[in-house]
Design a protein around this ligand. Sequence first.
Ligand code: BTN
Length: 254
Amino acid sequence: KALLETTHFGHTIFYEEVLDSTQPTAHRLAQEGAKEGTLVICEEQTAGRGRMMREWQSQKGKGIWMSVILRPDVPTHKAPQFTLVAAVAVARGIEDVTGVRPAIKWPNDLLINGLKCTGILTEMQSEPDLVNALIMGIGINVNHEQQDFPEEIQGIATSLKLQAKKEIDRAELTARILFYLEHYSAEYVIEGFENIKKQWESYSCTLGQRIKATTLRDVLIGEAVEITDDGVLKIKLDNGEIKGVYSADISLEP
Ligand code: BTN
């Protein structure tokens, strides 16, 4: 708390040594009326969750496993952009504290040297058309050694320590990320998406690339051409047709 430079983010902290996942705990607290900026954080998750129903490895004491409750006063159609807001906030925090600039793979994976160091899972509680709460789950591989990663993610995952070649202070990084999350989420609500989109583009390693996007319905191959103001990724297919995807798994296509 001494490191926090926020007006309210991270002022209420729910800390446990071990949780199954910070997400359901944050969902429950949000339902019980927890304030914006409430932080749920733990040392170890026994059932960490990723996007697309995947599991998320959350080794004890090695990473930052946290969920932050946001309560933006926006209609639900303005919620998807928060995924990009979070990616920019975490990227800037990592850059400040480690000196290494991560790349953002659409929508919100952070990579360093092509390896994933951070995943973000955004979930929403809504009334019919209004956002009641956003639960931002952020998982960062911070001080892992190479052998800490299980075999199935060797060659895919990395940690900040491995990339920056120094031990990283998790409390300092958490405080920095909360600072940017507070800053950019307020900016998005008050001033709109324009500046944040520019920031996102400056970190992007997806735009201009030939990609394969696997959605729940189909597989699209083409060039990632732009991000719209709604946070949608536009892909130019080989037949010239432009398609937008809201949610997908992206891989670079040679
Ligand atoms: C992804 O890349 O698939 C998203 C991973 C999100 C992981 C974080 S760790 C903290 C929070 N609790 C979870 O169970 N998942 C998110």
